[in-house]
Each structure stands twice: as C-alpha cells, then as structure tokens.
Write a protein that binds this ligand. Structure first.
Ligand code: SF4
Length: 642
C-alpha cells in the first residue's frame, strides 16, 4: 500500500479512535528523510502504545544513531491500541512507520525493543499487522530482518522462534554495525545474512543453536550448528558512554514520563541478589559532571521540557553526585526546571545530598529497602540496619518532604510471615517518625511487588514463591497496612506468575506464546488486557507446565536455557553468591572490594583501548580526579569531596 493511501485511509480513522495523536507523527525534532534517495531503511519498534514507547530512552538513542548516517533512515513504529488495530485490520491498513507512513514490510531492518517479557505477544501481533510471518523460519530475504534488543533478551530462548537475531547488551554502536553488514549483504539469502550477523560480537542468532533436553525437561545442552556462531555470545558494552542524547522528540500527546531522562551512570556494584539490571549492566561507567550539565541545557533548548530526570540504577552512588547537584543548581537554579534524581540508596543518601535536592519537594521521596528485616536484607544482599532506615526517614521528613515511598518485595527465598509482618511494622515506624516531625501531614506510600527470580542473577536457582503463599502474604499486608497516612499498592499475583514463567522459560515456551497470541492474548502488560486463563490453556495445549518454570528449585549444577548468553559475570560467582545468601552472608559494594565477578577479564581488551576515560573496576568512590581527554573534547572535573 502506497504511503499516500495509508495517509488517506488513516485520516478517516483518526476521529474514531482514542488519542489519534498516537498515529500522526510530525513531532518537533522528529527526522523524516527522503525515502527514495536514502539507501538503507530501519524501522524501530516499541511493541506497546505510543504513550509508553515515546518515553523509552533506548529507542531514541538508536533513532539518533541511525539517522546520523547520511545513507540511512530510522523511523518509529508503535503498537496501535486495540480500537485502532480493529479498524486497521478491517480496512487492511498494514502497520506503518510514523515518519514517512511506510509499511513496515518495506524496511530493510526491523529493530524491536524488548525491555520486559510482558511485551512478547505484542511482538507477534506487530509482526502479523506488518504482514510478516510471525515465525522467523518462515521469513526469507524478501522480508525485513527482524532483530530485538533490551534487558529481556538476556534470556532470548522464549522468543527465539520469532526473532531472527538478538542484540545482547548495549545498542549504541552495534546497531550501525548490523545495518552496515546487512546493507553490504543485500541480495544475499537470509541464511547468509544471518551468518554475517552471527559473526558480530554481541549478536545471537538462535537458528544457529540446537537445544537438547533431559528426560525431566531440563536443558541438557545448547550447541552451535554454524561456524560463525560462537559457543557463548558475549554481551556488548560501550566502554565509554557517548555524549547524552538530547534531541528528544516532543510527543503529540501526554506520555507516561513527560520529562527527559539523562543517564548519569550505567551499571551498579551493590550486588543485590534479586537485581537483574544490576548484574547485566556491569561494569559501572559514569558521565562527567560537565557533560551532564551541558546536556541539560541542550535538552531544555531542544525541547522546552521543564523536568529532567537524572537516571541510573543507584544515583547516590554516582561519584560526583554532590558536584552535580551543586553545578545544576548553580547553572539552572533560576530556570524553573525541575530535576528528579530517582533511585537513591538509603546508605548513600546523606543529609548533605538531601539539602541539595531541595526543589524536588513536590513529589514524594523514594526509598527501596525491599525487605523489612535485617535478616532478609542480608539474604538479598541489601544490608541496611533498621535504625538507618528510620534515620533516613527523619532526615527526609525534617526537610519538608511529606510523603515517603517505600518499595518492598515479597516472596524472597527464606522469607517467613514474620518478615512480611515486619513490613507493616517498619512502615508504621517510618510514619511515626514523620508524625513526630510534621504531624498528620506525613504520609507513607507502600509499594509491594512479588519477587520474580531472573536469569543471570544469584537467585536464578530459587523457586518463585507459590501464588497461594503470595496471596496469603498480601492478605496480611492489606489487612494491616491501612489507616490515615498509609497507602498500599501491590502487583496482582497472576501477573507475577505470568512474568515468572516467561523470565526463566526455555525455547519450548515459544509454542506457548504463539498459542496464547492465537487465542487473542496481547497487551499483557496491561492488567485489564491480560487473560491468564488463556495462558494456562496454551500451556496445557502445548503439554508444558507453567510451574516447571516458576515453582521449581533448580539443581545447583543445572544447565540454564540462557547459559550460552554471556553477561560477563561468571556463573560460579553467581552460584557462590547464592550459596552465601542461604547462610545469610553478605558482600560489600564492590567499589570497596572486587569479587572478581568476571567483568574485568572479559573486557580487559576493550578497557585497554580506552584507558584514558575507561571505567574502573572496582569503580572509584568519590575522591578522584579525571584527566583531560587526549582530544581535549571532554573536560575533566575534580571531585572536591573530602
Ligand atoms: S570485576 Fe570486581 S569491581 Fe568490577 S563489577 Fe565485578 S566484582 Fe565489581
């Protein structure tokens, strides 16, 4: 279908759907290149609605990387909401890109962002709406190559029937490498194209790996069946974070995050045993203060955004966090711009830092103790004394924040009902501290999610807590955590069960995902769109049990479906850490002491190449100075903290 035909038909539908701004494109800062004269075409898809996808930093970074290539173009694709999908299918309008309104079918490469598992059925729906066979094996070179990237791809097996190639790790550099490789392979067969991709470090092509199983259903082995396919696919990292992305597109409608995210640090060294992101994004790399401060200015100039969020997994561990707050205050103090610094750790959020964050009092202050007893916090390796939690609460309330948000997880290994009761007690103790300081104005918002064991973490061996036990724990919390100043929010147990069987699934789960999609499952991340019974029926039809994937304790020597995906942290390190957790033993932040998790040897060559500005392992605590880079491009900043 020609783009003008799509535009014409689209115009007729816009008044019949909710939020038509999702489908029109033309945003400020969007890039629409000439289709006819631009050689290589990349469609970048976020498999959910525009409102979510437009807040995804990863898609924006890749959009810029490709559009910076003079002979390439990147255009955005989002899942149409159910009302628009019905009309598009009725009027046979294929899925199209927002810039040139071109059918996705006409692109050379379709890149799909996969940050979490609940998006899987949307990927199949997106491929189908684009007129592509959903199975990779049924697509030849006449179709775009379909790749996927994002945190969920660290266990790519459940989606390996549908995706041609996965990017394991960071996409900034590899996306252009992949595009250039396919551009050079034009006219080759699909198999030849994928062999070429398999030769790129960080690319996993599942059809070049055979999986065998033991009689009990566990994986026996995963073996490459092509010369180009390495036995283990080592993740890609960018040794030095490139300059922050500042060319945000100004959305046509409100999005989930109406603010611009600037990543100040990537990776974390705290070693929380449940934390997937903390393990797969190592090593820690930090951006210099000057770079962040000038990026904030560029974002404001480019977009007019009034709120900037400084992103990282643990911002109070960023070595220059104090200088950064000082510099931002100095440069933008009068601009009216709001700065949010999410994910502050109780242990490293000093009173000093709180004072510097003064002007973000509008929203509550967030802490994530994750567990309410010191015993449990040691098991999950987030060891913080109770008194330090209360001390931090006093420090926050006494500086004028009225609401403290506390995040907990239930279902961790070794957890008892007493540990759950302790959540109630701790929240009430925090509220009591608040009441002492500001009376009835004090609030505690409590967020409780169910712990889901994730691949590549020390807890990848543990069983997920059974749904009936989680329900019992939630009943306790709902009964006790109520009353003035206390507000509880929780995840429903079915969505946790669902995420659980996809997170540690193997290649056979592909059959379940396909059947669930055929039964109409999509938008599973939306509570009112997730049909759990259909998923259970799909499991039954496929002859698999969901509880094999969720409730089963793994044997300590079990081969995992993702063991051939190398996140650069040794399995032995994870296993030892898991065994330490059972004994309640903790590890300190590896900024204090390196535990040889595997990162260093795996990336020593990469590190050597960028000695000047490279990441440190162990990362440095705030007392260092950075040398001016050889090309003078990036200014150093001297940490002033004693
Ligand atoms: S190599 Fe050492 S310092 Fe680096 S992330 Fe691993 S444990 Fe931490």
């Amino acid at each position: 279908m020609r783009p003008n035909q799509i535009e014409r038909r689209l115009k007729r539908l816009l008044l019949q759907v909710t939020k038509p701004g999702r489908y029109v494109g033309g945003e400020f800062n969007s890039v629409t290149k000439d289709w006819e004269t631009t050689d290589f075409k990349v469609a970048l898809a976020f498999p959910d609605i525009y409102d979510l996808g437009m807040s995804n930093l990863g898609i924006m970074i890749l959009y810029e990387q490709i559009n910076q290539q003079p002979d390439m173009l990147a255009e955005r694709v989002f899942s149409p909401w159910v009302d628009m999908e019905d009309l598009m299918r009725r009027d046979e309008i294929p899925l199209f890109s927002l810039e040139n309104k071109r059918p996705v079918r006409e692109f050379d490469l379709l890149g799909i962002s996969l940050p979490y598992e609940q998006l899987y059925t949307n990927v199949l729906n997106l491929l189908d709406m684009a007129g592509l066979p959903v199975r990779s094996a049924e697509r030849d070179e006449s179709y775009p190559v379909v790749i996927a990237g994002g945190h969920a791809c660290y266990n790519p097996e459940p989606m390996s029937d549908f995706i041609d190639a996965f990017v394991i790790g960071e996409g900034e550099e590899i996306i252009v490498e992949i595009a250039r490789t396919l551009q050079a392979m034009r006219g080759s067969t699909r198999a030849e194209q994928l062999r070429a991709l398999a030769g790129i470090q960080g690319v996993y092509v599942p059809r070049f790996y055979d999986v065998t199983y033991h009689a009990d259903g566990t994986v026996a082995d995963v073996q490459p069946n092509a010369l180009e396919a390495p036995a283990r696919v080592l993740k890609r990292i960018v040794p030095v974070l490139p300059k922050p992305f500042t060319g945000f597109l100004v959305p046509n409608i409100d999005t989930v995050h109406n603010r611009a995210p600037i990543e100040i640090m990537r990776g974390c060294t705290r070693g929380c045993r449940f934390c997937h992101a903390g393990m797969i994004t190592r090593p820690v790399r930090e951006r210099p203060v000057a770079e962040i401060v000038s990026a904030i200015g560029e974002v404001i100039a480019n977009t007019g955004f009034e709120e900037i969020s400084l992103l990282s997994l643990s911002s109070s561990d960023y070595r220059w966090v104090h200088e950064l707050c000082d510099a931002v205050h100095e440069v933008y103090g009068e601009s009216g711009m709001t700065l949010s610094l999410p994910s502050l750790r109780i242990e490293s959020t000093s009173a000093d830092l709180l004072d510097k964050l003064g002007d973000t009092r509008r929203s509550g202050f967030t802490f994530a103790p994750e567990a309410a007893t010191e015993r449990m916090r040691e098991i999950i390796n987030k060891a913080v004394p109770d008194e330090q939690v209360l001390e931090a609460a006093r420090a926050v309330y006494s500086r004028g924040w009225r609401t403290i948000k506390l995040y907990f997880m239930i279902g961790h290994p070794e957890e008892t009902l007493d540990d759950v009761q302790a959540i109630v007690n701790l929240c009430k103790a925090v509220l009591y501290e608040g009441r002492k300081i500001m009376g009835k104005k004090a609030n505690v918002n409590v967020g409780v999610s169910t712990f889901i064991p994730k691949p590549h973490t020390p807890f990848q061996w543990v069983p997920q807590d059974a749904t009936d036990r989680v329900d019992e724990k939630l009943r306790l919390l709902k009964n006790e955590l109520r009353g003035q100043g206390l507000h509880l929010r929780w995840n429903d147990t079915e969505s946790s069960e669902f995420e659980g069987f996809l997170s540690r699934g193997d290649r056979r789960i592909g059959g379940v995902i396909l059947r669930a999609w055929e039964m109409g499952c999509k938008f599973d991340a939306w509570g009112d769109q997730h049909f759990h019974d259909r998923w259970l029926a799909a499991f039954e039809e496929t002859g698999l049990s969901p509880f094999f994937y969720t409730d089963r304790e793994r044997d300590i020597d079990e081969v995992f479906p993702w063991d051939h995906i190398d996140a650069a942290v040794h399995k032995k390190f994870l296993r030892d850490d898991y065994l330490m957790s059972i004994k309640g033993e903790t590890r300190v932040d590896c900024r204090d002491r390196c535990f040889a998790c595997g990162i260093l040897p795996k990336f020593k060559d990469v590190r050597a190449e960028t000695e000047e500005l490279a990441w440190e392992c162990p990362p440095v605590k705030p007392i260092s100075a950075r040398k001016r880079s050889a090309d003078g491009e990036r200014v150093s900043n001297v940490a002033l903290l004693p």
